[in-house]
Design a protein around this ligand. Structure first.
Ligand code: SAM
Length: 338
């Protein structure tokens, strides 16, 4: 069974969780935790033990489905989920006809047989939507996302597939391991800057993208399977028309970040950052500098910076050895130096 952290995701804070958790518990007080750019959801999952209310947000459809599957408020029937797991696992992959998924992604991101199977299971889940609950639908779909992501022929994102000769059949439909229903979680799929005007909480955790790599482009295959609108795809990477392009990945990032901080309605702001802005690769160069973040946060309250050396995510191009992670904690309304 898949846990929430069993995903490859750029910028996931999974490896930094102990440090982040400790800093938040030592320096912030409150009952509610707001994960504004939740990504994989691993930070919310870890921090949820400490708070009565957890608010999760990300503008990607695939992330929303995953949060609803793991943390939805509705009950689900284990027998129903198990029944479909067996049914999907028993589909003979060499006897399925081509479908949208295999025509586009077969022999590229997945083997032809695996792509047929993934497309077929996605169609089946869509048909079930009328007869199963929304939570069950999310669990079956998130399980498909985890199962396909695990075996995709990529380095972990879908900006390109690996050009290897023969791709092996490796797909197995396995389930995620969802939490029991609880009212603790509130899930949004909104632009962060709009959402902060609407939500109030004690502690906000802010982990936006900091370079030009757009998440909706990196994870387009997952967005495609979750939305299942079967768009026309273009280019060698088979991407659909752009959507959910983040301003945090563009030159306006400092302004957008300042607007977010200005409008956010919380007592503590926790921001993560790393110093790849010196990086030689232009796509991984930061759009906001450490100085800009410090200045913007200090205008909102007393800000302390914590730092840690961290082995860098390295896809080959980035030569960067002095990688440091930073956590900023701002006590809103308090004056600096007090
Ligand atoms: C660095 S990742 C967060 C990683 C997360 N903390 C984790 O540990 O998995 C940044 C996330 O922000 C989301 N994002 C980018 N711009 C956004 C926006 N304007 N509103 C909401 N989400 C956004 C991306 O989809 C991505 O998942």
């Amino acid at each position: 069974m898949y846990n929430i952290s069993n995903r490859r995701y750029t910028g996931s804070k999974y490896k930094l969780l102990d440090w982040i958790e400790e800093l938040i518990l030592e320096n912030c007080e409150g009952e509610s935790f707001f994960d504004v750019f939740a990504g994989t959801g691993v930070v919310s999952a870890r921090m949820s033990k400490h708070y009565n209310s957890v608010i999760m947000n990300d503008f990607l459809f695939s992330n929303e489905i995953i949060y609803k599957a793991f943390f939805g408020n509705d009950k689900y029937d284990v027998h129903v989920i198990e029944k479909y797991r067996k049914q999907f696992q028993n589909i003979p992959s060499n006897k399925i006809k081509d479908n949208y998924f295999s025509v586009n992604f077969g022999d590229k991101y997945f083997s032809k047989n695996d792509a047929r199977l993934i497309g077929k299971i996605r169609e089946e889940i869509q048909k079930l939507k009328r007869v199963i609950s929304d939570r069950e639908y999310c669990i079956l779909l998130a399980s498909l996302v985890y199962s396909m992501d695990k075996i995709s022929n990529t380095v972990g994102h879908y900006d390109a597939y690996r050009k290897i000769g023969n791709i092996e059949d490796r797909f197995v439909y396995e389930l995620i391991n969802p939490e029991n229903a609880s009212d603790k979680f509130t899930i949004y799929r909104m632009d962060a800057n709009k959402l902060v005007k609407k939500v109030k909480a004690d502690i906000a955790f802010i982990d936006p993208p900091y370079n030009s790599r757009q998440y909706s482009r990196f994870y387009h295959v997952l967005e495609n399977i979750v939305q299942w609108k079967k768009p026309r795809l273009e280019g060698t990477a088979l991407k659909p028309e752009a959507e959910n392009m983040s301003e945090y990945c563009r030159s306006r990032a400092p302004e957008v970040f300042a607007d977010l901080i200005k409008n956010i309605q919380v007592k503590y702001i926790v921001v993560t950052y790393n110093n790849t802005y010196n990086s030689k690769s232009s796509s991984s160069k930061n759009k906001i500098t450490l100085e800009e973040i410090t200045k913007i946060l200090s205008s909102k309250g007393q800000t302390t910076i914590y730092e840690k050396k961290h082995p860098c995510f390295n896809a080959g191009k980035t030569e960067f050895n002095d990688h440091k992670e930073f956590v900023f904690i701002t006590k809103v309304g308090a004056k600096n130096g007090k």
